[in-house]
Write a protein that binds this ligand. Structure first.
Ligand code: 5GP
Length: 188
């Protein structure tokens, strides 16, 4: 996706440990015009796939997911990172955070992820695939089906893409970072 790639090269900032900061248009300040184009591209790439719900993880996945849900006319569920004391019937799993270097739990109510649901997972980054694995676990616990996974940015020098694709999941990434070595952003 040309527009996204150009924006990453223009405004993305490289940090040590293979981290790309896109705080000026995705992760802190958000560009809704670019986000709309991102969502349109996801819709195009998953055209023909049977989906009845979009799922994401709070917080950075919510913006692209809600845009995709809006375009498809489908509900959007976000996995919460803290289990609310007022909510029962939760499906829970553990995810290892790449950026925080520690595990955290994510949960979704059984009311909003149900047997037979065909869900599309949308997130901002694909790094080691831990968030994706966590969502897959919640989907399986619910007896639902994963229709695919869409990421705005995939870092191909980390293992997530290979790992998730090797388990047969339809993955679409709109911009693929080949390397961040020497703080140079190299896109495929
Ligand atoms: P994974 O679960 O694939 O290992 O990591 C993906 C999650 O970690 C994303 O949801 C994102 O929040 C965060 N993440 C991983 N790598 C980066 C990065 O380079 N930059 C930013 N901003 N977030 C990242």
């Amino acid at each position: 996706m040309k527009e996204l790639k150009e924006r990453i090269l223009k405004d993305g900032k490289c940090f040590s440990g293979g981290i790309l900061k896109v705080d000026s248009f995705i992760n802190h300040q958000m560009d809704p015009i670019l986000m709309k184009s991102i969502a349109e591209e996801f819709v195009r790439r998953f055209d023909g796939t049977e989906i009845n719900k979009v799922i994401t993880v709070e917080a950075s996945g919510i913006a692209p997911a809600i845009m995709v849900g809006y375009l498809l006319g489908l509900p959007v569920v976000f996995a919460k990172k803290k289990q609310p004391s007022t909510m029962e019937n939760m499906l829970v799993t553990e995810v290892f955070s790449f950026t925080k270097n520690q595990p955290y739990t994510i949960c979704v109510s059984k009311d909003y992820l149900q047997p037979g649901d065909k869900v599309l997972f949308i997130d901002d980054f694909l790094a080691n695939g831990n968030a994706g694995k966590g969502i897959l676990d919640l989907v399986r616990q619910a007896g639902a089906e994963l229709a695919g996974m869409g990421f705005i940015i995939e870092k191909a020098f980390q293992e997530g893409g290979k790992l998730l694709r090797s388990s047969g999941i339809h993955i679409e990434s709109l911009a693929i970072i080949e390397s961040l070595d020497d703080c140079q952003i190299k896109l495929t």
